[in-house]
Write a protein that binds this ligand. Structure first.
Ligand code: AHR
Length: 500
């Protein structure tokens, strides 16, 4: 059966905030060391930033880059990470049982972002696990105050005369999780977050603040946590965070393929909770969403890896290798984010390099693109503008976790120049899916490209030995005729169809 939908410029979801294509650099494993930063690497610049990685980061098209954690942030002492490198202390990182050398710190992070280009924006996470209001304010003053105070002058003394201009701040990380150093109840965290936010706004009313939501939809405190935290912070914060990771459990690939069903429900549940608190407070303000950690992550393998560590520097951790199957699910997660662009303002692919990442590196050796690199780069490049409302009429398939799920998952974005990009996933593992899209009043006359990520082997992946085993190819037979787009989506495929 054919899957169908209609596109009409009168029916839109919302405008895409560029920060929907954010990412995340945590001091975890080799994300920073031998990932982004490797002095002595043949491509490294004078600051130790790997040129090959920088080129791939630019190609990937990331915008906001969250830093420095993650679970790491709950033990982070910002002052360890500034000033002369040789004087910076080595510290135990309790979250990842590693040793942090602080050779890469705040100034290096900002300089990395500036090298990426103007599209890259800092998103700084604060330690509200083992620290609080005072340290958050000190960091804010050090980073953002122009000069003439002890901390802002210290920054200049450290070589950074210009303020870092950090606008977007996360008030802690996953504070609902018992694994978090300094874990809190919702009431405890809500008060800390509110007082930190109030103080930060005294320093600069223009900051944008993200309160911690749940670290996952399956947390026992989910929704109640958000309601309690927002009751305390509603007028003081801009966003609430969501985190979600997906993997095939017990070999249930069909449910894994429908992971975005869960992601979309998660978003809708959090929106409902935000609006419920807003209604209770009789507020006209809307709290939007920062989906600041999302990805496919084979997480069930992680605990064992971490507990075996004996405080090494930059160990190989969470270095998942992504297959074509993973990339199709990953693309579907991107579609879920775009379909909720009216409320999801920020989203961070966790993470950027080596650690559950689209970019992999070998110390002293090459960098390469994982399969997930392609959907992200294409969505960031073409998914800018107005999201059109897509309501699919699709054949379905049975899943253990989500019941009947649509075989087609899709969205469409109209750029400022009037061109439209359709992003579509065929979840069928075996069957091609015919697609028929009615185009109303969009003035579109031609297909300018159809890119497909699919492979006869769904387990195919890019590796050090074979870094270009999987790359997108051109789709065949896609046509636009008389206001109708027709295509056949290959089994288990991610598709980007460009219309002008
Ligand atoms: O991204 C990896 C980890 O996942 C982060 O440190 C933490 O916030 C989450 O649990």
């Amino acid at each position: 059966r054919t899957a169908r939908f209609t596109l009409d410029p009168a029916f839109t979801v919302g405008t895409v905030d560029p920060r929907l294509f954010g990412s995340f650099v945590e001091h975890l494993g080799r994300c920073v060391y031998t990932g982004v930063f490797e002095p002595g690497h043949p491509t490294a610049d004078a600051d130790g930033i790997r040129g090959d990685v920088l080129d791939l980061v630019r190609e990937l098209g990331v915008t906001a880059v969250r830093y420095p954690g993650g679970n790491f942030v709950s033990g982070y002492r910002w002052e360890d990470s500034v000033g002369p490198v040789e004087e910076r202390p080595r510290r135990l990182d309790l979250a990842w049982r590693s040793t942090e050398t602080n050779r890469f710190g705040l100034s290096e992070y900002i300089s990395f972002l500036r090298k990426i280009g103007p599209q890259a924006e800092p998103m700084m996470a604060l330690n509200l696990g083992t620290r609080g209001v005072a340290e958050a304010l000190q960091l804010q003053e050090y980073a953002n105050h122009p000069g003439g105070t002890a901390l802002s002058d210290l920054r200049a003394e450290h070589g950074d005369k210009d303020p870092f201009g950090i606008r977007l701040w996360c008030l802690g990380n996953e504070m609902d999780g018992p694994w978090q150093t300094g874990h809190k109840t919702a009431a405890e965290y809500g008060r800390t977050a509110a007082e930190t936010a109030r103080a930060m706004r005294q320093l600069d009313p223009g900051v944008q603040l993200v309160a911690c939501g749940s670290s996952g939809r399956s947390m026992p405190t989910f929704a109640e946590w958000e309601a309690t935290v927002l009751q305390e912070t509603y007028d003081l914060v801009d966003y609430i965070s969501l985190h979600a990771y997906y993997e095939p459990l017990d070999g249930d690939v069909d449910s894994f393929l429908a992971s975005a069903v869960d992601m979309e429900s998660f978003i809708e549940d959090v929106v409902a909770t935000c609006d419920h608190v807003g209604a209770r407070l009789k507020s006209r303000k809307k709290i939007n969403l920062s989906f600041d950690e999302w990805n496919v992550w084979y997480m069930s393998r992680t605990d064992e890896q971490v507990s075996a560590l004996d405080w090494p520097e930059a160990p190989r951790l969470l270095e998942d290798s992504y297959s074509v199957l993973d990339a199709v699910v990953f693309g579907s997660l991107l579609i879920a984010l775009l379909r909720h662009a009216d409320r999801v303002a920020v989203a961070c692919l966790a993470q950027l390099v080596n650690v559950i990442a689209p970019i992999m590196t070998e110390p002293g050796g090459p960098a390469w693109r994982q399969t997930t690199f392609f959907p992200f780069a294409q969505a960031s490049k073409y998914g800018r503008g107005e999201v059109l409302d897509v309501r699919v009429d699709s054949p379905t398939y049975a899943t253990e976790k989500y019941g009947e799920a649509d075989l087609l998952h899709a969205t469409a974005v109209r750029g400022e120049d009037g061109t439209v990009t359709v992003f579509a996933v065929n979840r069928s593992r075996t069957e091609p899916l015919p697609l028929d899209v009615a185009l109303n009043g969009l003035g579109l006359t031609s297909v300018t490209g159809h890119s497909v990520l699919a492979d006869a082997d769904p387990d195919a992946r890019n590796t050090l030995a074979e870094p270009e085993r999987v790359v997108p190819h051109a789709g065949e037979g896609t046509t636009l005729d008389g206001g109708r787009l027709t295509a056949v989506l290959e089994p288990l495929s991610w598709n980007v169809i460009r219309l002008a």
